[in-house]
Ligand binder design. Structure first.
Ligand code: TRP
Ligand code: ZN
Length: 879
């Protein structure tokens, strides 16, 4: 029996390696049968290393063919191999060259870590611990070495041979083979290694950096898909130029290559000079990609490119520091999108993502700090907390220091740590020193899990003309952290006067207040403003200035006032959400809606729709009620998802049916014959038009189902077609079955579009969905080795179909648990990710909780699970 902490790695145990690797010389002989890898590692002991200290190299699933030290074969007594790698018992106490030769079987590698084949193309994924599946190595991010790579492969199967860095030479070899030699001059950790060999098409372009260097750009893909890569290329060039303008960061190699592959565990990977992408984040054409796809491509291309400075030039000392590169790089890609498109719309969408992905993680059994202090399986920590909360922490830093102060900190960080593997402490020190401030308390954000609840109460004293905000914060315990410290919370605010514009005050006391920012750093503070001429309505947490849950005593009237008058677009959007939430929760708890409230929300929605100052994309975000998942979270315990579903549907009808006519008019006015363009204004137009259509369908407006069906058939782009399909399917209109059948017929042969059909099918909130998904999965033609297909079907079901996944009879839970058990044998990362859908189970009502627990226990009793899945399961059951 395995003990709980057998594999647990602790932050506190970090120690530098006793040996370092100076350079790596790899030679790959790639053949359809197998691949042979010869590695020459130039290694030296650290000056403090005691003579005779063993050298322990990581290795996973390798077959060792030969081993030599400084050219002489090693004796069996001098080394040992086991399931975790290779140990040199007593290496020389000087610089030496270790030569190993291993054989790999990439075609059988369904885990998609290390070297594997995707549709015939050989490719690699090494982050975080995949390089050890290619050769024996010190596979940890603080070992930085230069790499030279020689690759040989059959010319007919693999005319394209790529690796990191610059191409030194290429040419023909015997037996129909050819070769290429690549050299990467930048010392890098092994997780950034990459190689691609295959028969690929490409598009090429070039970029001239600010200092005048020309960089050759290329995107490689399956033949015939080249013309779908232009949006990605355009996004790349805009990213390169933005990083120069905004952060003064230039690209550093002469080549930047991107390769699109169809089997990939994640979105994309920032390997030095050779990014590898999930093809769904490269291919775009209007007939098969939606506006959301175009947005995602732009965002992820930017994200991976930005890693060149935040991740590659400066990397992580150890995997506990993952958010050093991920949180920071997400912040950078968010800023890129904000500058390229609409800042307000981007902020609201990011908050929606944070609340729907990160908050549930932070409030459930899988909660962990942005910098975790322990892990059993690092792959399970590529999470919304590390990425999205990590970005929020960086954003708070920027809010606290101001734009100029933040930039000074970034400049110092780049200057001081270029070429290093470093830590969160070093990152914060750069900001603290550049701005001469103390960030010790702020650092708690990285160490403490859980979403703080921030409570604001206010009172106005007309006689004294003083206004007091009483603020308090509290964070609930999370696994392993029973007690919580107060955090430094930057609270952006304004006091809105009766005429809708921000008010002034003559003095303020009780907390650090600068212009529009209160810095709350204690559990409680009373902030008093004097010289306030009338009772203001507070606009709090403007721009969502901190990742907290805000609770205020504001009544419906104040919220409706903010929904109309707040000059902060986020605040305005939030106010509408708050009113919707209050009504939904009241109904669920059996308090009927007051006569006036629903019409008031309806009217506020109608005014939003009709406003001339708000843009379409904002309106599309504002015109909706909080999601079922969001409502569930606000209720927090004994949740009954069926009841939430019913109430939300009824409230949707009650709020939007009265404005059906303006919605329909707007729908018609927004139709356009202009050719498709992914720019922000056109995207916003489609978003609002499709929102109007969706609301009409969801509120059962007369003729709406037919309107959606019509739009489906007439659509000239995938955005409009999919919106019509999904509105019809979610409401299960009379037309829905025929539309679904038609979509499958038309697009079933295009895997990326098939994913959209799978996802819509899996999210239908009706009985019978499990059977339908089950038969799709059971089809022998369904590719169980492709992560995109599996996630579209089962990821969507577990994360995005609250009523059916949590069925009271447990059928949904058992279905997902059985799937996880089966797919775990093929691809543990995909299995573990789907299993995280269970994280909501502790907040369900008792019968569903029991059903979830028994499905999880049954999975555990099967045994033989991967470390990935066993880790998630153990944490899920510990709660
Ligand atoms: N570093 C990558 C990114 O965020 C993500 C990543 C981590 C990844 N592990 C992976 C990608 C495994 C593919 C497979 O940009
Ligand atoms: Zn990243």
């Amino acid at each position: 029996m395995r003990t709980e902490n057998e594999h647990t790695i602790y932050f506190k145990d970090y120690a530098p390696s006793p040996y370092r690797v100076l350079s790596v010389d790899l030679d790959f002989r790639i053949r359809p049968e197998n691949t042979r890898v010869r590695a020459l590692l130039t290694i030296e002991p650290h000056p403090d290393t005691a003579p005779g200290t063993p050298l322990v190299l990581d290795g996973d699933d390798l077959r060792l063919e030969s081993i030599a030290l400084d050219g002489a074969p090693m004796l069996a007594a001098d080394y040992a191999t086991d399931a975790n790698g290779l140990t040199l018992v007593e290496p020389p106490h000087r610089r030496f060259v270790l030569e190993t030769e291993v054989i790999l079987q990439p075609q059988g590698n369904t885990k998609l870590m290390g070297l594997y084949r995707s549709s015939g193309t050989w490719c690699t994924q090494c982050e975080p611990e995949g390089f050890r599946r290619i050769t024996y190595y010190l596979d940890r991010p603080d070992i930085l070495a230069t790499f030279k790579v020689t690759m040989r492969a059959p010319r007919d199967v693999a005319p394209v041979l790529l690796a990191n860095g610059n191409l030194l030479e290429k040419g023909a070899a015997d037996d129909g083979m050819h070769y290429a030699v690549w050299h990467d001059p930048f010392p890098k950790p092994s997780y950034l290694f990459a190689l691609v060999a295959g028969d690929l098409g490409s598009i090429k372009d070039s970029f001239t950096t600010a200092s005048g260097r020309a960089v050759d750009l290329a995107i490689y893909c399956e033949h015939g898909k080249e013309d779908q890569c232009h949006w990605a290329m355009d996004s790349l060039k805009r990213s390169m130029s933005w990083d120069e303008r905004r952060f003064g960061r230039e690209y550093d190699l002469d080549i930047f290559n991107i390769v699109a592959v169809s089997d990939f565990n994640f979105g994309a990977m920032e390997n030095k000079g050779l990014n590898i992408f999930n093809d769904k984040l490269v291919f775009a054409q209007p007939e098969s990609a939606t506006d959301a796809d175009y947005d995602n491509i732009e965002r992820v291309i930017a994200h991976e490119y930005f890693h060149n400075w935040t991740g590659n030039r400066i990397t992580c000392r150890d995997w506990f520091q993952l958010c050093l590169k991920e949180g920071l790089t997400v912040y950078r890609d968010q800023e890129f999108t904000s500058d390229e498109r609409s800042r307000a719309v981007k902020r609201i969408s990011d908050v929606v993502t944070l609340r729907s992905a990160q908050f549930p993680e932070d409030g459930g059994p899988l909660a962990h700090p942005a910098r975790p202090d322990q892990y059993r399986e690092i792959n399970n920590f590529y999470t919304p907390t590390v990425y999205e909360k990590g970005a929020e922490i960086v954003r708070m830093l920027a809010t606290l220091l101001g734009e100029a102060g933040f930039r000074k900190g970034m400049d110092l960080y780049f200057e001081r740590h270029d070429g290093q593997a470093t830590t969160i402490e070093a990152f914060l020190a750069a900001f603290a020193e550049a701005n001469n401030v103390d960030l010790e308390h702020f650092k708690t954000w990285y160490l403490q899990a859980g979403t703080p609840k921030l409570t604001a109460e206010d009172s106005y004293d007309a006689e004294r003309q003083s206004y007091t905000l009483t603020l308090s914060q509290e964070t609930q315990p999370t696994p392993g952290q029973p007690t919580k410290q107060p955090l430094v919370i930057p609270l952006k605010f304004a006091l809105i006067g009766p005429n809708g514009s921000p008010m002034n005050w003559s003095d303020v006391s009780g907390a650090e207040v600068r212009d529009d920012l209160i810095v709350l750093d204690a559990a409680r503070a009373e902030v008093t403003f004097t010289g306030v001429s009338s009772r203001p309505v507070p606009s709090l947490l403007r721009g969502f200035s901190a990742p907290v849950v805000l609770e205020t005593t504001a009544g419906m009237e104040d919220q409706l006032f903010l929904a109309r008058h707040d000059d902060d677009p986020f605040g305005r959007w939030q106010a509408l959400q708050d009113v919707g939430m209050a009504l939904a929760i009241a109904a669920i708890q059996g308090t009927p809606w007051s006569e006036a409230d629903v019409p008031a929300l309806s009217a506020a929605m109608g005014d939003t729709l009709g406003s001339e100052s708000l843009d379409d994309a904002f309106k599309a975000l504002a015109l909706q009620l909080p999601s079922e998942a969001q409502i569930a979270r606000n209720i927090g315990k004994d949740v009954d998802p069926d009841r939430i579903h019913e109430v939300r549907a009824a409230l949707t009808r009650a709020v939007f049916e009265p404005i059906a006519l303006p919605l329909l008019q707007r729908y018609r006015a927004l139709s356009s014959d202009a050719p498709y363009s992914p720019d922000a204004a056109s995207t916003g137009r489609r978003a609002l038009r499709n929102r109007a259509m969706g609301l009409l369908v969801a509120s059962d407006a007369a003729g709406a189902a037919a309107l959606a069906a019509q739009q489906y058939h007439d659509a000239k782009n995938m955005t409009d077609r999919l919106a019509a399909l999904s509105a019809s399917a979610l409401a299960w209109t009379g037309e829905a079955p025929a539309l679904l059948a038609d979509f499958y017929e038309r697009f079933g042969g295009n895997p990326l579009v098939l994913d959209k059909w799978l996802a819509v099918t899996a999210s239908v909130p009706r009985e019978g969905v499990i059977e339908r998904i089950g038969s799709t999965l059971a089809d022998p033609a369904f590719p169980k080795t492709n992560p995109n297909r599996l996630r579209a079907l089962m990821g969507t079901f577990a994360m995005n179909n609250p009523t059916q996944f949590t069925r009271r009879d447990g059928a949904g839970f058992r279905f997902v648990a059985d799937f996880v058990g089966e797919v775990d044998k093929i691809n543990p990362q995909v299995a573990a990710r789907v299993l995280t859908g269970f994280r909501i189970w502790p907040m369900l009502e008792q019968s569903r909780r029991k059903a979830a627990h028994s499905a999880l226990s049954a999975l555990q009793s099967k045994g033989a699970l991967s470390r990935n899945t066993a880790d998630i399961l153990a944490r899920m059951l510990a709660s």
